[in-house]
Design a protein around this ligand. Structure first.
Ligand code: BGC
Length: 769
């Protein structure tokens, strides 16, 4: 954990002082994205010390052939890698003949990075003294346009401070890039052609195997004291995968020179291969016609619109405020819901690990955020993404020996195929199937849009119910159904029998599918006919499902009066985390895997994840018992853990704990709790941070088609507020220690419940209670 690194600020992420040790962490934290592409905060100029280069394009991946485990039947053939895409930001710089490199400067002063979340740009400034004695002031601003999502903009300014200088700007685009992590050290990009004229250049490259074609482009202009010099490059250099221009300018002491670079990608996901360059030219022309200032203003306006709906304010606690805004900002940089082919990768556009692939994180954590802060179509798109991959999930289950249309959704996927490469997760972490069914339930509960179920959702529910029915085993000794050989959400334990969360979810999935079948049969008969004949479902099969659900075994300890995480959990040496020496944490970096597996330590909410999903199936006293039993063994080494615990602690009025977990989830990356932020940020858990305010402190639940709140406020805060798009009306909720205020933007009255009491909120009328 590193708490003194990022300077607290309500709207910006700020780092002051240059420290080469922190470069990789800052590259993650200051990442920018616009839903279609994103990149780590790599320097534009050459940097010869430790750095992790990353620029990513949504939906562009490479199936990296599996290295281990392929000899096991059913093993995925590849691990999908989000690709480090061609570099369009590069600008080499020479000052009086010396290559500028922060790693070899005589001195760096006043170094500052700022990620302005309100306006959506990243800025870096410093004074550098080169070995040749020239002192320069550098200011660089970069943003990825939300309005034109194929466009990135850089303004790189250099002012010589102590003497006149010849500055040579050498902007380039380069498809000769690699991933940090590649199973076989292969190249993932095949250059196809390069093309340049005047100030513009294009490199077209194609991914091997997946054959995504990408045109990377740049267009440059050189300025002196903010006036464009109209220069053409005095030199250009092209190889098969790179084009570099060179512009020399004589700059007098105190004059500000600059290069303005427009760049980015056009990709075959959105254009014909033959039209990539002309599409890039159109983006350049649009950018040039608007100009830098107008593009920046457009960016500020576009972010203002996002914040208008999704901002959460916290009064009296800057670190908490900065944390939640960072999380909301990163989520919106990663996924904006415009394209139903895309999803939300656990690291978004900030790193390679987990890449841009889809995990259960989307259904379990992200959907509530997108549902409440955007139009409901966005959440529907996320559900449709899985519907569109149903056939692949059925094929995946068939590979593992299931039949009759049973579906096992992948743990990790880019295109519907399983591409996770650890057997205990790939084959065993089957609970992900349940989250996908739960999201359908949750979507309907929140939006009231039932149409999704007869149109698409029911087919998914049936296929998932079929899987659970076939995956359960009848135990004659127990006279109950058991589920053997699984990994629960707690990945610090593999191949366990009867993981409570998995068994409970399996039972619920079947019950819910049966319930929806009955509802669709009575209310949507033509959809029912269509679906039943498509999936060929008979009453006899339904009866078997019901038997499994009705007799599902749930491990329980009479002694502790709690459901057991899995069979045999109590045989472990139950030493609480609190009694572990601090030097042993995080255990995933200090202990052997074997030791972790035998320990009682829980990576993330497991039984408690079940209590989170199905809170209303249990009493508060039961929740408390389970929370008190399991939390002390939980190491929270998954980013997905603190948010669930924060919500539950708040529900149980354990406000100090709730606040501590809140800080941990919201500042996980900013304060680097898990000592790994240099690999990238934890994007999907950021939606959990949002939940920990809205559902945790705000106590928001949807019951019987109405919003309920039980607001609480941490002592550290004087107030907080958030907005909810509930069924196309926007409700603003503002909480202080003494009152809760509701305001509604909408056309009709909304009845909400505050601590169980009904309150009618009329449009455009503030209510304080
Ligand atoms: C967690 C999983 C999660 C994955 C991606 C892992 O560390 O244990 O539950 O799906 O990260 O966020």
């Amino acid at each position: 954990m590193n708490q003194d690194y990022i300077i607290p600020n309500n709207w910006s992420i700020i780092e002051e002082g240059f420290d080469a040790e922190r470069v990789k962490s800052s590259e993650s934290l200051f990442s920018i994205g616009n839903g279609a592409m994103g990149q780590r905060a790599n320097f534009e100029e050459n940097y010869t010390a430790e750095t992790f280069q990353g620029s990513y394009i949504a939906g562009i991946y490479y199936p990296d052939k599996t290295k281990v485990g392929w000899w096991k039947n059913g093993y995925p053939e590849y691990f999908a890698k989000v690709l480090n895409a061609p570099n369009w930001i590069g600008i080499e710089i020479e000052i009086n003949g010396e290559h500028f490199d922060m790693n070899s400067c005589a001195e760096i002063k006043n170094f500052k990075r700022e990620l302005n979340m309100k306006e959506g740009w990243y800025h870096r400034s410093f004074i550098a003294k080169l070995q040749n004695g020239v002192e320069i002031q550098v200011e660089v601003r970069r943003f990825l346009s939300l309005e034109a999502d194929e466009l990135g903009v850089i303004k790189y300014e250099i002012t010589p401070l102590n003497q006149d200088a010849k500055i040579v700007y050498k902007p380039y685009i380069d498809a000769g890039v690699k991933n940090e992590d590649a199973n076989w050290e292969e190249k993932f990009w095949e250059p196809l052609n390069v093309n340049h004229a005047e100030n513009e250049a294009f490199v077209v490259a194609r991914t091997f195997k997946t054959h995504f074609n990408v045109a990377t482009y740049m267009s440059n202009s050189i300025l002196l004291n903010d006036t464009c010099l109209g220069l053409s490059p005095n030199n250009s250099n092209a190889t098969e995968d790179k084009v570099q221009f060179s512009y020399g300018v004589e700059v007098a002491k105190g004059q500000k020179s600059a290069i303005q670079k427009f760049g980015g990608y056009t990709v075959s996901l959105n254009h014909e291969n033959s039209a990539l360059i002309s599409a890039a030219k159109s983006v350049i022309n649009l950018a040039k016609s608007k100009g830098y200032e107008a593009l920046l203003q457009e960016q500020i306006d576009a972010w203002a619109k996002i914040w208008e709906m999704s901002d959460i304010t916290i009064d009296g606690d800057v670190k908490a405020q900065q944390g939640i805004r960072f999380n909301i900002f990163q989520l919106n940089q990663t996924y904006l819901g415009k394209d139903s082919r895309l999803n939300i990768g656990p690291k978004g556009f900030t790193g390679e690990k987990y890449g841009g692939s889809t995990y259960w994180d989307t259904e379990a954590y992200c959907i509530p955020f997108y549902m409440a802060t955007k139009d409901q179509q966005v959440a529907r798109n996320l559900l449709t993404y899985r519907y569109n991959q149903l056939d692949k999930a059925i094929e995946n289950a068939a590979k593992l020996g299931f039949n009759n249309g049973a579906a096992l959704y992948p743990m990790v996927t880019m295109n519907g195929e399983e591409c996770h490469n650890e057997w205990e997760i790939t084959f065993e972490e089957i609970h992900r199937n349940g989250a996908i069914a739960f999201a359908i339930f949750n979507y309907y509960r929140f939006t009231g849009d039932y149409s999704y179920i007869p149109e698409k959702g029911l087919e998914v529910l049936i296929a998932i119910a079929r899987f659970w029915h076939q995956r359960a085993t009848y135990s004659t000794s127990k006279n109950q159904f058991v589920i053997l050989g699984v990994t629960g959400p707690n990945e610090y334990e593999n191949n366990v029998n009867n993981n409570f969360y998995t068994n409970y979810l399996a039972k619920w999935c079947i019950d819910y599918a049966v319930e929806q079948l009955e509802k669709v049969a009575t209310e949507y008969d033509s959809d029912y006919e269509r679906i039943i004949s498509k999936v060929n479902l008979h009453q006899a099969e339904l009866e078997q499902w019901k038997k499994v659900a009705g007799k599902m075994y749930l491990p329980f300890s009479e002694e502790h009066d709690v459901f057991l995480q899995q069979d045999g959990f109590l045989d472990k040496e139950l030493v609480k985390v609190h009694d572990l020496d601090k030097s042993q944490r995080p255990i995933n970096q200090k202990w052997s895997w074997d030791r972790i597996l035998r320990s009682p330590y829980i990576k993330q909410a497991d039984v408690l994840q079940g209590f989170y999903f199905f809170e209303d199936h249990f009493s508060k006293a039961q929740l408390e018992k389970h929370f008190d039993f399991y939390e002390p063994f939980t190491v929270h080494e998954s980013s997905l853990s603190p948010c669930v615990h924060s919500i539950q602690a708040a529900t149980l009025d354990k406000m100090d704990m709730a606040y501590t977990f809140y800080l941990r989830t919201s500042r996980l990356d900013l304060d680097d709790y898990n000592k790994e932020v240099e690999e990238g940020c934890h994007i999907t858990s950021m939606a959990g941070t949002w939940m920990s305010i809205v559902e945790g402190f705000g106590g928001m639940r949807v019951k019987n088609d109405a919003l309920h709140f039980e607001p609480r406020i941490p002592n550290e805060w004087t107030g907080y507020s958030f907005k909810i798009n509930f069924r196309n009306q926007i409700l603003q909720v503002a909480v202080t220690a003494s009152e809760t205020k509701f305001a509604l933007e909408g056309s009709k009255e909304l009845t909400v419940y505050l601590n169980g009491n009904a309150i009618v909120v009329a449009p455009n009328n503030l209510i304080s209670v």
